[in-house]
Write a protein that binds this ligand. Structure first.
Ligand SMILES: NC(=O)c1ccc[n+]([C@@H]2O[C@H](COP(=O)([O-])OP(=O)(O)OC[C@H]3O[C@@H](n4cnc5c(N)ncnc54)[C@H](OP(=O)(O)O)[C@@H]3O)[C@@H](O)[C@H]2O)c1
Length: 327
């Protein structure tokens, strides 16, 4: 018999509402409780989604003895404290990206999970997605030959922006690198491994928030990558991988719609497409519950090492480009 996992939702904001909508479609998941800093907000969120229990503090949520796992949807400067709170109450944790503000925080979260012997995973969608798994398979098959260069980007422009909102406010972890730049960075690390050399440049606001960031990377074997992330450029999300015999193009118009194209010289373009049935935040939840069923404390799809490597390289890019989070 498949067991049902009771989920708690910590910080019912923008992404938490999308996550809950997908979680409620999974048979083995029950969204049992929600915790907000404000009881009225928790109640409103719970009532709109038929969630039984609501709490006016994160501490009460973490202490609910009936919860198996808690999803953390607060802004990234608070992830370390909120994750540790839940882990110390022996609750498994699925915590939004950026996992921490720097590698020190990420190590602290992982060490706490290991000490408490509780499951912990960064809610990072990419490696769970079928487009990426298929791309990996095709590249490993040798069809396109070796990779020479990767170009990844993520950009949008929704100006005029609220400078006090999460994207631009230093106190809320504002900046393009941690909000969206980590996606093209993850692609470079996932397809090319650890870089030997990194250079980076940021366009900073007067509050020293990176509204755009550009990165050049060099890897073993002469491979290179160029990455770009921006709140000021409406370019969408994509990754092009240039290989010896052709190219592979990954695109996503939303988390729920993705395409991949294979370009081989002398052949028609091969196009693959995935839609909402196979994409989305629910893949992370399914992986977390699978790991818990198998009594594993970390995922092999999005491992602790994946999160550490991402954080280490984010720290390096921040240092190279003069981005400071004032922490
Ligand atoms: N995976 C994805 O596709 C994706 C997409 C968007 C965002 N994210 C990540 O998810 C996290 C949350 O992003 P979001 O856009 O959902 O944020 P948001 O809506 O601005 O905030 C989320 C919630 O955090 C809580 N919170 C706790 N301390 C806070 C503080 N000091 N100031 C403001 N809010 C605070 C608030 O809930 P209460 O006060 O009610 O407790 C708020 O509603 C970020 O780390 C972001 O990078 C991921």
């Amino acid at each position: 018999m498949t067991r049902t996992y009771n989920w708690g939702i910590l910080a019912p904001g923008n992404i938490a509402s999308k996550f809950v909508a997908e979680l409620q479609e999974i048979k083995s998941a029950k969204v049992l409780a929600v915790g907000s800093r404000d009881l009225a907000r928790a109640k409103e969120f719970a009532d709109a989604r038929q969630i039984e229990r609501c709490y006016g503090s994160y501490e009460e949520l973490a202490a609910d003895p009936d919860l198996d796992i808690i999803y953390i949807g607060s802004p990234h400067p608070f992830h370390v404290a909120h994750t540790k709170l839940c882990l110390q109450h022996k609750k498994a944790v699925l915590c939004e990206k950026a996992f921490g503000m720097n590698v020190r925080e990420v190590k602290d979260m992982i060490e706490t999970a290991q000490r408490e012997k509780v499951f912990l995973m960064e809610a990072f969608m990419t490696p769970h997605q079928p487009s990426y798994r298929e791309a990996r398979k095709i590249l490993d098959s040798g069809l396109l030959g070796g990779i020479k260069h990767l170009h990844g980007w993520f950009g949008f422009n929704k100006s005029p922006y609220d400078m006090n909102g999460r994207l631009f406010n230093p106190a809320l972890g504002g900046g393009a690198l941690l909000d969206i730049g980590l996606y093209p960075l993850f692609d470079a690390l996932w397809f090319l491994g650890q870089p030997r050399k990194v250079e980076a440049f940021a366009d900073l606001t007067p509050q020293k928030i990176d509204q755009s960031v550009s990165v050049s990377m060099q890897f073993d074997g002469g491979k290179t990558a160029s990455l770009f992330a921006s709140f000021m450029s409406s370019v969408g999300v994509g990754t092009d991988i240039f290989c010896e015999k052709g190219a592979l193009r990954l695109r996503r118009s939303s988390a729920l719609h993705q395409t991949m194209e294979i370009l081989l010289q002398g052949e028609d373009i091969r196009t693959f497409e995935w839609n909402e049935a196979t994409c989305g935040l629910k893949l992370e939840a399914i992986e977390a519950m699978k790991c818990m069923t198998e009594n594993r404390l970390e995922s092999i799809v999005m491992s602790h090492q994946n999160s550490l490597q991402l954080a280490e390289n984010l720290d390096l890019i921040r240092k190279k480009s003069g981005i400071s989070y004032h922490l």
